[in-house]
Design a protein around this ligand. Sequence first.
Ligand code: UDP
Length: 595
Amino acid sequence: MPLSSTPPSVPAELSQNARTVLEKRYLVKDRSGKPTERPEDMFWRVATVVAEADRRYGASDAQTQALAEEFYALMTQRRFEPNSPTLMNAGRPLGQLSACFVLPVEDALSNGQNGIYDTLRSMALIHQSGGGTGFSFSRLRGKGAMVRSTTGVASGPVSFMQLYDSSTDAVKQGGTRRGANMGILRVDHPDVLDFIACKEDLTKVTNFNISVGITEKFMQALKAGGSYDLIEPSTGAVAGQLDAKLVWDKMVLGAWRTGEPGVFFIDEANRYNPVPHLGAYEATNPCGEQPLLPYDVCNLGSVNVGYYVRDGQLDWEAFGRDIRTSTHFLDNIIDVNKYPLPEIDALSKRIRRIGLGVMGFADALIKLGIPYDTPEGVEMGRRVMEFLDVEGKKESERLAKERGPFPEWARSIWGPDETCARDADGKRIRPMQMLRNCNVTTVAPTGTISIIAGCSSGLEPLFAVAFMRNQAGVMMPDVNEDFVAIAKREGWYSDELMERIAKTGTVQHPEVPERWQKVFVTANLIAPEWHVRMQAAFQQHCDSAISKTTNFAHTATVDDVRAIYELAYQLNCKGVTVYRDGSRDGQVLSTGATE
Ligand code: UDP
Protein backbone atom coordinates (compact mmCIF):
# COMPACT_ATOMS: atom_id res chain seq x y z
CA MET A 1 0.00 0.00 0.00
CA PRO A 2 1.50 3.41 -0.87
CA LEU A 3 2.27 5.69 2.06
CA SER A 4 -0.27 8.33 2.99
CA SER A 5 0.34 11.71 1.38
CA THR A 6 -0.44 13.50 4.65
CA PRO A 7 2.68 14.47 6.59
CA PRO A 8 3.04 13.83 10.33
CA SER A 9 1.44 16.60 12.37
CA VAL A 10 4.80 17.80 13.76
CA PRO A 11 5.63 21.14 12.09
CA ALA A 12 9.00 21.88 10.48
CA GLU A 13 11.35 24.05 12.56
CA LEU A 14 12.20 26.74 10.03
CA SER A 15 13.45 30.31 10.21
CA GLN A 16 11.83 33.07 8.18
CA ASN A 17 14.81 33.04 5.80
CA ALA A 18 14.35 29.31 5.25
CA ARG A 19 10.66 29.75 4.52
CA THR A 20 11.41 32.52 2.01
CA VAL A 21 13.90 30.32 0.13
CA LEU A 22 11.52 27.37 0.10
CA GLU A 23 8.60 29.44 -1.13
CA LYS A 24 10.63 31.07 -3.84
CA ARG A 25 12.26 28.00 -5.29
CA TYR A 26 11.36 24.66 -3.74
CA LEU A 27 7.65 24.31 -3.07
CA VAL A 28 5.31 23.04 -5.78
CA LYS A 29 3.39 25.98 -7.25
CA ASP A 30 0.25 26.44 -9.30
CA ARG A 31 0.14 28.27 -12.62
CA SER A 32 -0.12 31.64 -10.94
CA GLY A 33 3.05 30.93 -8.96
CA LYS A 34 1.30 30.37 -5.64
CA PRO A 35 2.70 27.46 -3.58
CA THR A 36 0.33 24.52 -3.43
CA GLU A 37 2.28 22.77 -0.70
CA ARG A 38 3.66 23.75 2.69
CA PRO A 39 7.27 23.04 3.71
CA GLU A 40 5.92 20.08 5.72
CA ASP A 41 4.31 18.65 2.56
CA MET A 42 7.60 19.07 0.71
CA PHE A 43 9.61 17.24 3.37
CA TRP A 44 7.02 14.46 3.48
CA ARG A 45 7.01 14.21 -0.32
CA VAL A 46 10.79 13.67 -0.17
CA ALA A 47 10.69 11.33 2.85
CA THR A 48 8.09 9.01 1.34
CA VAL A 49 9.71 8.76 -2.09
CA VAL A 50 13.08 7.93 -0.54
CA ALA A 51 11.70 5.49 2.04
CA GLU A 52 9.73 3.64 -0.67
CA ALA A 53 13.05 2.27 -2.00
CA ASP A 54 13.23 0.00 1.06
CA ARG A 55 10.30 -2.04 -0.23
CA ARG A 56 12.54 -3.39 -3.00
CA TYR A 57 14.55 -5.04 -0.25
CA GLY A 58 11.56 -6.53 1.53
CA ALA A 59 10.38 -3.78 3.89
CA SER A 60 6.76 -4.06 5.02
CA ASP A 61 4.20 -1.21 4.97
CA ALA A 62 4.83 -0.54 8.64
CA GLN A 63 8.62 -0.50 8.22
CA THR A 64 8.43 1.82 5.22
CA GLN A 65 6.09 4.15 7.11
CA ALA A 66 8.44 4.20 10.13
CA LEU A 67 11.44 4.93 7.92
CA ALA A 68 9.61 7.78 6.13
CA GLU A 69 8.77 9.28 9.52
CA GLU A 70 12.42 9.01 10.56
CA PHE A 71 13.54 10.77 7.35
CA TYR A 72 10.88 13.43 7.88
CA ALA A 73 12.09 14.08 11.42
CA LEU A 74 15.72 14.31 10.24
CA MET A 75 14.91 16.95 7.65
CA THR A 76 12.28 18.98 9.52
CA GLN A 77 14.41 19.16 12.66
CA ARG A 78 17.28 20.36 10.46
CA ARG A 79 19.61 17.51 11.45
CA PHE A 80 20.20 16.52 7.82
CA GLU A 81 19.25 17.87 4.40
CA PRO A 82 19.74 16.28 0.98
CA ASN A 83 21.02 18.41 -1.91
CA SER A 84 18.57 20.83 -3.50
CA PRO A 85 17.47 18.73 -6.50
CA THR A 86 16.16 16.06 -4.12
CA LEU A 87 14.04 18.61 -2.23
CA MET A 88 12.80 20.15 -5.45
CA ASN A 89 12.18 17.09 -7.61
CA ALA A 90 11.37 14.05 -5.45
CA GLY A 91 7.87 12.82 -6.17
CA ARG A 92 7.47 15.18 -9.09
CA PRO A 93 7.51 14.46 -12.83
CA LEU A 94 11.22 15.27 -13.33
CA GLY A 95 12.30 13.05 -10.43
CA GLN A 96 15.98 13.93 -10.91
CA LEU A 97 17.54 14.02 -7.46
CA SER A 98 21.28 14.61 -7.91
CA ALA A 99 23.36 17.80 -7.84
CA CYS A 100 26.56 16.70 -9.56
CA PHE A 101 27.46 15.25 -12.92
CA VAL A 102 30.53 14.93 -15.13
CA LEU A 103 30.17 14.41 -18.86
CA PRO A 104 32.86 13.40 -21.35
CA VAL A 105 33.68 15.66 -24.30
CA GLU A 106 35.29 13.79 -27.18
CA ASP A 107 37.28 15.42 -29.93
CA ALA A 108 34.52 15.34 -32.57
CA LEU A 109 31.72 17.77 -33.37
CA SER A 110 29.29 14.88 -33.17
CA ASN A 111 29.76 11.14 -32.93
CA GLY A 112 26.21 10.35 -31.87
CA GLN A 113 27.16 9.96 -28.22
CA ASN A 114 29.75 12.20 -26.62
CA GLY A 115 31.09 14.55 -29.27
CA ILE A 116 31.03 18.29 -28.51
CA TYR A 117 27.45 18.89 -29.68
CA ASP A 118 26.15 15.59 -28.31
CA THR A 119 27.41 16.47 -24.85
CA LEU A 120 26.04 19.99 -25.23
CA ARG A 121 22.60 18.41 -25.52
CA SER A 122 23.20 16.19 -22.48
CA MET A 123 24.30 19.24 -20.53
CA ALA A 124 21.04 21.03 -21.34
CA LEU A 125 19.02 18.06 -20.09
CA ILE A 126 20.96 17.95 -16.83
CA HIS A 127 20.66 21.70 -16.26
CA GLN A 128 16.96 21.54 -16.89
CA SER A 129 16.68 19.00 -14.08
CA GLY A 130 18.60 21.14 -11.58
CA GLY A 131 21.97 19.37 -11.77
CA GLY A 132 25.40 20.96 -12.19
CA THR A 133 27.88 19.67 -14.76
CA GLY A 134 31.65 19.34 -14.96
CA PHE A 135 33.68 18.76 -18.11
CA SER A 136 37.23 18.13 -19.02
CA PHE A 137 38.03 19.81 -22.32
CA SER A 138 41.44 18.18 -22.35
CA ARG A 139 40.66 15.74 -25.18
CA LEU A 140 39.86 18.48 -27.67
CA ARG A 141 42.67 19.23 -30.07
CA GLY A 142 44.52 22.49 -29.58
CA LYS A 143 43.71 25.73 -31.32
CA GLY A 144 45.22 25.73 -34.79
CA ALA A 145 45.49 21.93 -35.05
CA MET A 146 44.30 20.53 -38.35
CA VAL A 147 40.73 19.40 -38.96
CA ARG A 148 41.16 16.58 -41.50
CA SER A 149 37.66 16.55 -43.02
CA THR A 150 37.84 20.22 -43.99
CA THR A 151 41.59 20.84 -43.85
CA GLY A 152 40.62 23.84 -41.75
CA VAL A 153 42.00 24.51 -38.30
CA ALA A 154 40.44 23.71 -34.93
CA SER A 155 39.24 26.57 -32.75
CA GLY A 156 40.37 24.90 -29.51
CA PRO A 157 38.83 23.97 -26.14
CA VAL A 158 38.27 27.54 -24.92
CA SER A 159 35.99 28.38 -27.83
CA PHE A 160 33.87 25.30 -27.15
CA MET A 161 33.71 26.11 -23.47
CA GLN A 162 32.27 29.49 -24.49
CA LEU A 163 29.66 27.67 -26.56
CA TYR A 164 28.66 25.62 -23.50
CA ASP A 165 28.53 28.81 -21.49
CA SER A 166 26.09 30.48 -23.87
CA SER A 167 23.88 27.43 -23.93
CA THR A 168 23.81 27.46 -20.15
CA ASP A 169 22.46 30.99 -20.25
CA ALA A 170 19.69 29.85 -22.54
CA VAL A 171 18.53 26.97 -20.36
CA LYS A 172 17.51 28.18 -16.95
CA GLN A 173 17.60 25.13 -14.70
CA GLY A 174 13.96 24.07 -14.70
CA GLY A 175 13.13 27.62 -13.69
CA THR A 176 14.72 26.97 -10.30
CA ARG A 177 18.43 27.55 -10.63
CA ARG A 178 20.81 28.60 -13.32
CA GLY A 179 23.16 25.94 -14.59
CA ALA A 180 26.53 25.77 -12.92
CA ASN A 181 29.55 24.27 -14.65
CA MET A 182 33.12 23.31 -14.04
CA GLY A 183 35.59 23.45 -16.90
CA ILE A 184 38.91 21.66 -16.53
CA LEU A 185 41.92 21.68 -18.79
CA ARG A 186 45.05 19.68 -18.10
CA VAL A 187 48.16 21.75 -17.57
CA ASP A 188 49.89 19.82 -20.38
CA HIS A 189 47.28 20.78 -22.98
CA PRO A 190 48.72 23.08 -25.70
CA ASP A 191 46.01 25.72 -25.02
CA VAL A 192 46.60 25.95 -21.30
CA LEU A 193 47.67 29.62 -21.35
CA ASP A 194 44.52 30.65 -23.25
CA PHE A 195 42.50 28.69 -20.75
CA ILE A 196 44.13 30.36 -17.74
CA ALA A 197 43.42 33.78 -19.27
CA CYS A 198 39.86 33.08 -20.43
CA LYS A 199 38.18 34.53 -17.34
CA GLU A 200 40.34 37.62 -16.98
CA ASP A 201 37.34 39.50 -18.30
CA LEU A 202 34.77 38.81 -15.60
CA THR A 203 31.86 39.26 -17.97
CA LYS A 204 32.95 36.19 -19.97
CA VAL A 205 32.22 32.51 -19.34
CA THR A 206 30.18 33.46 -16.28
CA ASN A 207 28.44 30.11 -15.93
CA PHE A 208 31.73 28.26 -15.45
CA ASN A 209 34.17 27.83 -12.66
CA ILE A 210 37.48 26.86 -14.17
CA SER A 211 40.36 24.82 -12.77
CA VAL A 212 43.62 23.67 -14.24
CA GLY A 213 44.29 19.93 -13.94
CA ILE A 214 47.72 19.91 -12.32
CA THR A 215 49.82 16.78 -12.76
CA GLU A 216 52.56 15.42 -10.54
CA LYS A 217 54.99 15.83 -13.46
CA PHE A 218 54.18 19.51 -13.59
CA MET A 219 54.77 19.95 -9.85
CA GLN A 220 58.13 18.20 -10.17
CA ALA A 221 59.11 20.54 -13.01
CA LEU A 222 58.02 23.50 -10.89
CA LYS A 223 60.11 22.29 -7.97
CA ALA A 224 63.13 21.76 -10.22
CA GLY A 225 62.67 25.17 -11.86
CA GLY A 226 62.37 23.55 -15.27
CA SER A 227 59.96 23.16 -18.15
CA TYR A 228 57.47 20.43 -19.02
CA ASP A 229 56.00 18.94 -22.20
CA LEU A 230 52.73 19.99 -23.80
CA ILE A 231 50.88 17.09 -25.42
CA GLU A 232 48.55 17.46 -28.40
CA PRO A 233 45.65 15.22 -27.38
CA SER A 234 44.54 14.24 -30.88
CA THR A 235 47.94 12.72 -31.75
CA GLY A 236 49.65 12.19 -28.39
CA ALA A 237 52.66 14.06 -29.82
CA VAL A 238 54.74 16.55 -27.86
CA ALA A 239 53.54 19.95 -29.06
CA GLY A 240 56.05 22.14 -27.25
CA GLN A 241 57.33 23.00 -23.81
CA LEU A 242 56.47 25.59 -21.22
CA ASP A 243 58.36 26.86 -18.24
CA ALA A 244 56.48 25.50 -15.20
CA LYS A 245 57.08 28.63 -13.13
CA LEU A 246 55.71 30.88 -15.86
CA VAL A 247 52.49 28.87 -16.01
CA TRP A 248 52.18 28.65 -12.22
CA ASP A 249 52.74 32.42 -11.90
CA LYS A 250 49.98 33.13 -14.41
CA MET A 251 47.59 30.88 -12.54
CA VAL A 252 48.41 32.46 -9.21
CA LEU A 253 48.03 35.96 -10.64
CA GLY A 254 44.64 35.03 -12.13
CA ALA A 255 43.52 33.62 -8.79
CA TRP A 256 44.68 36.78 -7.03
CA ARG A 257 42.81 38.97 -9.52
CA THR A 258 39.55 37.09 -9.89
CA GLY A 259 39.67 33.87 -7.87
CA GLU A 260 40.23 31.85 -11.04
CA PRO A 261 41.56 29.50 -12.21
CA GLY A 262 41.38 27.12 -9.29
CA VAL A 263 43.56 24.06 -9.11
CA PHE A 264 42.55 20.42 -9.42
CA PHE A 265 45.40 18.10 -8.35
CA ILE A 266 44.39 15.46 -10.82
CA ASP A 267 46.96 12.78 -9.97
CA GLU A 268 46.26 13.06 -6.25
CA ALA A 269 42.52 12.71 -6.92
CA ASN A 270 43.14 9.65 -9.08
CA ARG A 271 45.20 7.93 -6.38
CA TYR A 272 41.91 7.51 -4.53
CA ASN A 273 39.69 6.69 -7.50
CA PRO A 274 37.74 3.76 -6.04
CA VAL A 275 37.09 2.14 -9.44
CA PRO A 276 40.20 2.72 -11.60
CA HIS A 277 39.27 -0.22 -13.83
CA LEU A 278 36.29 1.82 -15.08
CA GLY A 279 38.23 4.94 -16.01
CA ALA A 280 40.11 7.92 -14.60
CA TYR A 281 38.93 11.15 -13.04
CA GLU A 282 39.37 14.02 -15.44
CA ALA A 283 36.97 16.60 -14.04
CA THR A 284 34.95 17.56 -10.98
CA ASN A 285 31.46 18.92 -10.42
CA PRO A 286 31.02 22.74 -10.39
CA CYS A 287 32.03 23.37 -6.80
CA GLY A 288 34.94 20.91 -6.83
CA GLU A 289 33.96 18.51 -4.05
CA GLN A 290 33.31 15.62 -6.42
CA PRO A 291 35.93 14.29 -8.81
CA LEU A 292 33.80 12.09 -11.06
CA LEU A 293 34.29 9.65 -13.94
CA PRO A 294 32.71 10.43 -17.31
CA TYR A 295 28.91 9.89 -16.97
CA ASP A 296 29.27 9.73 -13.22
CA VAL A 297 26.82 11.29 -10.80
CA CYS A 298 26.62 11.95 -7.11
CA ASN A 299 23.75 12.74 -4.82
CA LEU A 300 24.82 14.72 -1.81
CA GLY A 301 23.50 15.21 1.67
CA SER A 302 24.82 16.97 4.75
CA VAL A 303 24.45 16.40 8.47
CA ASN A 304 24.19 19.56 10.55
CA VAL A 305 26.91 18.86 13.10
CA GLY A 306 26.18 22.01 15.15
CA TYR A 307 22.85 20.46 16.09
CA TYR A 308 24.54 17.82 18.23
CA VAL A 309 26.39 20.24 20.50
CA ARG A 310 24.43 20.80 23.70
CA ASP A 311 25.85 22.41 26.84
CA GLY A 312 29.34 22.52 25.38
CA GLN A 313 29.43 18.79 24.51
CA LEU A 314 29.10 17.04 21.17
CA ASP A 315 26.68 14.15 21.47
CA TRP A 316 28.65 11.67 19.35
CA GLU A 317 26.10 8.92 19.80
CA ALA A 318 23.21 10.93 18.37
CA PHE A 319 25.48 12.30 15.63
CA GLY A 320 26.52 8.74 14.71
CA ARG A 321 22.93 7.51 14.61
CA ASP A 322 21.94 10.30 12.23
CA ILE A 323 25.01 9.75 10.04
CA ARG A 324 23.90 6.16 9.57
CA THR A 325 20.28 7.07 8.78
CA SER A 326 21.49 9.73 6.33
CA THR A 327 23.74 7.20 4.59
CA HIS A 328 20.74 4.89 4.22
CA PHE A 329 18.76 7.85 2.80
CA LEU A 330 21.41 8.63 0.17
CA ASP A 331 21.77 4.99 -0.85
CA ASN A 332 18.01 4.78 -1.40
CA ILE A 333 18.14 7.82 -3.68
CA ILE A 334 20.12 5.79 -6.22
CA ASP A 335 17.18 3.41 -6.62
CA VAL A 336 14.43 6.01 -6.96
CA ASN A 337 16.31 8.63 -8.98
CA LYS A 338 15.24 9.36 -12.55
CA TYR A 339 18.52 9.93 -14.34
CA PRO A 340 18.67 12.18 -17.39
CA LEU A 341 20.79 9.78 -19.51
CA PRO A 342 20.95 5.97 -19.75
CA GLU A 343 24.77 5.98 -19.42
CA ILE A 344 24.47 7.82 -16.11
CA ASP A 345 21.75 5.50 -14.88
CA ALA A 346 23.90 2.45 -15.65
CA LEU A 347 27.10 3.74 -14.01
CA SER A 348 25.36 5.02 -10.91
CA LYS A 349 23.93 1.56 -10.28
CA ARG A 350 27.27 -0.15 -10.85
CA ILE A 351 29.21 1.96 -8.38
CA ARG A 352 26.51 3.53 -6.18
CA ARG A 353 28.50 6.64 -5.32
CA ILE A 354 27.08 8.87 -2.57
CA GLY A 355 28.40 12.02 -0.91
CA LEU A 356 27.57 12.52 2.74
CA GLY A 357 29.15 15.54 4.40
CA VAL A 358 28.65 18.08 7.13
CA MET A 359 27.33 21.58 7.48
CA GLY A 360 27.15 23.73 10.59
CA PHE A 361 30.77 22.96 11.45
CA ALA A 362 31.55 26.58 12.41
CA ASP A 363 28.43 26.59 14.61
CA ALA A 364 29.66 23.41 16.32
CA LEU A 365 33.04 24.98 17.07
CA ILE A 366 31.37 28.10 18.45
CA LYS A 367 29.11 26.06 20.71
CA LEU A 368 32.18 24.13 21.88
CA GLY A 369 34.03 27.43 22.45
CA ILE A 370 36.88 26.49 20.07
CA PRO A 371 38.25 29.13 17.66
CA TYR A 372 38.43 27.92 14.03
CA ASP A 373 41.96 29.13 13.41
CA THR A 374 43.75 27.09 16.05
CA PRO A 375 45.28 23.60 16.27
CA GLU A 376 42.30 22.59 18.45
CA GLY A 377 39.87 23.81 15.80
CA VAL A 378 41.66 21.86 13.07
CA GLU A 379 41.87 18.74 15.25
CA MET A 380 38.14 18.96 15.84
CA GLY A 381 37.62 19.15 12.07
CA ARG A 382 39.70 16.03 11.58
CA ARG A 383 37.79 14.17 14.30
CA VAL A 384 34.37 15.15 12.98
CA MET A 385 35.25 14.01 9.48
CA GLU A 386 36.87 10.80 10.67
CA PHE A 387 33.75 10.00 12.67
CA LEU A 388 31.48 10.79 9.74
CA ASP A 389 33.59 8.55 7.52
CA VAL A 390 33.67 5.63 9.96
CA GLU A 391 29.96 5.77 10.78
CA GLY A 392 28.95 6.33 7.16
CA LYS A 393 30.99 3.30 6.11
CA LYS A 394 29.49 1.20 8.93
CA GLU A 395 26.08 1.84 7.46
CA SER A 396 27.28 1.26 3.91
CA GLU A 397 28.72 -2.07 5.10
CA ARG A 398 25.45 -2.99 6.80
CA LEU A 399 23.54 -2.18 3.62
CA ALA A 400 26.03 -4.24 1.61
CA LYS A 401 25.36 -7.26 3.80
CA GLU A 402 21.62 -6.80 3.44
CA ARG A 403 21.36 -5.69 -0.20
CA GLY A 404 24.70 -6.68 -1.71
CA PRO A 405 27.84 -4.60 -2.29
CA PHE A 406 27.97 -2.25 -5.29
CA PRO A 407 28.36 -4.45 -8.39
CA GLU A 408 31.93 -3.31 -9.15
CA TRP A 409 33.05 -3.86 -5.55
CA ALA A 410 35.33 -6.87 -6.08
CA ARG A 411 37.60 -4.97 -8.46
CA SER A 412 37.39 -1.66 -6.61
CA ILE A 413 39.96 -0.35 -4.11
CA TRP A 414 37.73 -1.76 -1.35
CA GLY A 415 37.59 -5.27 -2.77
CA PRO A 416 39.84 -8.34 -2.75
CA ASP A 417 41.26 -7.69 -6.24
CA GLU A 418 45.04 -7.38 -6.10
CA THR A 419 45.58 -4.75 -8.79
CA CYS A 420 42.95 -2.06 -8.37
CA ALA A 421 43.27 -1.92 -4.63
CA ARG A 422 46.95 -1.10 -4.70
CA ASP A 423 49.17 1.89 -5.09
CA ALA A 424 52.07 1.98 -7.58
CA ASP A 425 54.38 0.80 -4.80
CA GLY A 426 52.18 -2.23 -4.08
CA LYS A 427 50.56 -0.99 -0.85
CA ARG A 428 46.82 -1.22 -0.29
CA ILE A 429 45.27 2.23 -0.61
CA ARG A 430 42.30 1.44 1.61
CA PRO A 431 41.59 -1.44 3.97
CA MET A 432 39.40 -4.13 2.45
CA GLN A 433 35.78 -3.53 3.37
CA MET A 434 32.54 -4.73 1.84
CA LEU A 435 30.59 -1.59 0.97
CA ARG A 436 27.33 -0.73 -0.71
CA ASN A 437 28.82 2.49 -2.10
CA CYS A 438 32.15 3.09 -3.86
CA ASN A 439 32.47 6.47 -2.14
CA VAL A 440 30.55 7.59 0.92
CA THR A 441 31.92 10.94 2.09
CA THR A 442 32.44 14.45 0.75
CA VAL A 443 31.97 18.02 1.97
CA ALA A 444 29.63 20.11 -0.21
CA PRO A 445 29.24 23.90 -0.08
CA THR A 446 25.63 23.53 1.16
CA GLY A 447 24.94 27.02 -0.19
CA THR A 448 21.16 26.73 0.00
CA ILE A 449 20.49 23.79 2.25
CA SER A 450 22.44 25.48 5.05
CA ILE A 451 19.95 28.35 4.85
CA ILE A 452 17.09 25.85 5.03
CA ALA A 453 18.76 24.25 8.07
CA GLY A 454 19.63 27.67 9.52
CA CYS A 455 23.29 26.78 10.06
CA SER A 456 26.74 27.79 8.88
CA SER A 457 27.66 26.34 5.50
CA GLY A 458 29.76 23.20 4.97
CA LEU A 459 33.06 23.34 6.85
CA GLU A 460 33.40 27.08 6.29
CA PRO A 461 33.98 29.50 9.13
CA LEU A 462 31.33 32.14 9.74
CA PHE A 463 31.24 34.62 6.91
CA ALA A 464 30.14 37.34 9.32
CA VAL A 465 28.24 37.60 12.57
CA ALA A 466 25.67 39.96 11.07
CA PHE A 467 25.32 40.53 7.34
CA MET A 468 22.97 40.87 4.38
CA ARG A 469 22.66 37.84 2.11
CA ASN A 470 21.58 37.98 -1.52
CA GLN A 471 19.48 34.83 -1.95
CA ALA A 472 17.86 34.41 -5.33
CA GLY A 473 17.60 38.16 -5.70
CA VAL A 474 16.22 38.82 -2.22
CA MET A 475 18.46 40.58 0.31
CA MET A 476 18.00 38.80 3.63
CA PRO A 477 19.46 39.80 7.00
CA ASP A 478 21.42 37.10 8.73
CA VAL A 479 22.37 37.51 12.37
CA ASN A 480 24.17 34.80 14.30
CA GLU A 481 21.79 33.57 16.97
CA ASP A 482 24.50 32.08 19.20
CA PHE A 483 26.22 35.45 19.31
CA VAL A 484 23.05 37.31 20.21
CA ALA A 485 22.22 34.77 22.94
CA ILE A 486 25.67 35.05 24.52
CA ALA A 487 25.67 38.85 24.32
CA LYS A 488 22.27 39.00 26.01
CA ARG A 489 23.21 36.44 28.64
CA GLU A 490 26.43 38.27 29.51
CA GLY A 491 24.79 41.70 29.41
CA TRP A 492 26.74 43.40 26.60
CA TYR A 493 24.07 43.21 23.88
CA SER A 494 22.83 46.36 22.18
CA ASP A 495 21.11 46.95 18.83
CA GLU A 496 23.70 49.60 18.15
CA LEU A 497 26.53 47.06 18.59
CA MET A 498 24.84 44.64 16.15
CA GLU A 499 24.54 47.40 13.59
CA ARG A 500 28.19 48.29 14.03
CA ILE A 501 29.12 44.63 13.54
CA ALA A 502 27.06 44.39 10.36
CA LYS A 503 28.60 47.61 9.02
CA THR A 504 32.22 46.84 9.83
CA GLY A 505 32.03 43.11 9.19
CA THR A 506 33.92 42.25 12.37
CA VAL A 507 33.21 41.52 16.04
CA GLN A 508 36.41 43.23 17.11
CA HIS A 509 34.79 45.93 19.22
CA PRO A 510 35.71 46.88 22.80
CA GLU A 511 32.49 45.63 24.40
CA VAL A 512 32.92 42.11 22.95
CA PRO A 513 35.03 40.05 25.40
CA GLU A 514 38.29 38.88 23.86
CA ARG A 515 37.35 35.22 24.24
CA TRP A 516 34.27 35.73 22.06
CA GLN A 517 36.22 37.81 19.55
CA LYS A 518 38.35 34.70 19.03
CA VAL A 519 35.51 32.18 18.94
CA PHE A 520 33.39 34.27 16.54
CA VAL A 521 36.28 34.81 14.16
CA THR A 522 35.05 35.36 10.60
CA ALA A 523 36.35 34.12 7.25
CA ASN A 524 38.20 37.29 6.24
CA LEU A 525 40.01 37.55 9.58
CA ILE A 526 41.29 33.99 9.48
CA ALA A 527 44.82 33.70 8.15
CA PRO A 528 44.60 31.84 4.79
CA GLU A 529 46.90 29.12 6.08
CA TRP A 530 44.25 28.02 8.60
CA HIS A 531 41.67 27.68 5.85
CA VAL A 532 43.93 25.26 4.02
CA ARG A 533 44.92 23.41 7.20
CA MET A 534 41.25 22.86 7.95
CA GLN A 535 40.58 21.67 4.40
CA ALA A 536 43.50 19.24 4.63
CA ALA A 537 42.32 17.93 8.01
CA PHE A 538 38.90 17.13 6.55
CA GLN A 539 40.48 15.67 3.42
CA GLN A 540 42.39 13.08 5.47
CA HIS A 541 39.17 11.21 6.15
CA CYS A 542 37.12 12.02 3.09
CA ASP A 543 36.63 9.67 0.11
CA SER A 544 35.88 12.44 -2.32
CA ALA A 545 37.05 16.05 -2.11
CA ILE A 546 36.17 19.14 -0.11
CA SER A 547 34.41 22.30 -1.19
CA LYS A 548 36.37 25.09 0.49
CA THR A 549 37.21 28.67 -0.30
CA THR A 550 40.34 30.15 1.19
CA ASN A 551 39.52 33.78 1.86
CA PHE A 552 42.04 36.56 1.55
CA ALA A 553 41.82 40.15 2.64
CA HIS A 554 41.67 42.65 -0.21
CA THR A 555 45.23 43.70 0.61
CA ALA A 556 46.71 40.20 0.20
CA THR A 557 49.61 39.94 -2.25
CA VAL A 558 50.17 37.62 -5.20
CA ASP A 559 52.85 35.84 -3.16
CA ASP A 560 50.34 35.19 -0.38
CA VAL A 561 48.16 33.37 -2.92
CA ARG A 562 51.14 31.44 -4.30
CA ALA A 563 52.07 30.24 -0.81
CA ILE A 564 48.56 28.91 -0.29
CA TYR A 565 48.49 27.06 -3.61
CA GLU A 566 51.78 25.42 -2.64
CA LEU A 567 50.65 24.60 0.89
CA ALA A 568 47.51 22.91 -0.46
CA TYR A 569 49.73 20.70 -2.60
CA GLN A 570 52.05 19.86 0.29
CA LEU A 571 49.12 18.95 2.52
CA ASN A 572 47.64 16.55 -0.10
CA CYS A 573 44.53 18.55 -0.87
CA LYS A 574 42.76 17.49 -4.06
CA GLY A 575 42.22 21.07 -5.13
CA VAL A 576 42.28 24.67 -3.96
CA THR A 577 40.11 27.70 -4.53
CA VAL A 578 40.82 31.18 -3.25
CA TYR A 579 38.84 34.37 -3.07
CA ARG A 580 40.26 37.80 -2.35
CA ASP A 581 37.67 40.05 -0.77
CA GLY A 582 36.18 42.56 -3.20
CA SER A 583 37.87 41.02 -6.26
CA ARG A 584 34.52 40.32 -7.91
CA ASP A 585 31.31 42.25 -8.15
CA GLY A 586 28.01 40.84 -6.98
CA GLN A 587 29.34 38.45 -4.40
CA VAL A 588 26.56 36.40 -2.82
CA LEU A 589 27.44 37.31 0.74
CA SER A 590 28.41 40.80 1.69
CA THR A 591 29.19 42.69 4.83
CA GLY A 592 29.11 46.44 5.10
CA ALA A 593 32.89 46.49 5.04
CA THR A 594 33.20 45.40 1.40
CA GLU A 595 30.52 47.62 -0.08
N1 UDP B 1 24.90 23.30 -7.92
C1 UDP B 1 24.36 23.72 -9.13
N2 UDP B 1 23.83 24.99 -9.25
C2 UDP B 1 23.81 25.85 -8.21
C3 UDP B 1 24.35 25.44 -6.97
C4 UDP B 1 24.88 24.16 -6.87
O1 UDP B 1 24.38 22.98 -10.10
O2 UDP B 1 23.31 26.99 -8.38
C5 UDP B 1 25.45 21.92 -7.79
C6 UDP B 1 26.95 21.86 -7.95
O3 UDP B 1 27.31 20.61 -8.52
C7 UDP B 1 27.44 21.93 -6.53
C8 UDP B 1 26.41 21.09 -5.84
O4 UDP B 1 25.19 21.43 -6.50
O5 UDP B 1 28.74 21.44 -6.40
C9 UDP B 1 26.26 21.31 -4.37
O6 UDP B 1 26.13 22.69 -4.09
P1 UDP B 1 25.46 23.18 -2.74
O7 UDP B 1 25.87 22.25 -1.65
O8 UDP B 1 25.74 24.62 -2.57
O9 UDP B 1 23.91 22.95 -3.10
P2 UDP B 1 22.58 22.99 -2.21
O10 UDP B 1 22.13 21.57 -2.08
O11 UDP B 1 22.85 23.66 -0.90
O12 UDP B 1 21.61 23.78 -3.04
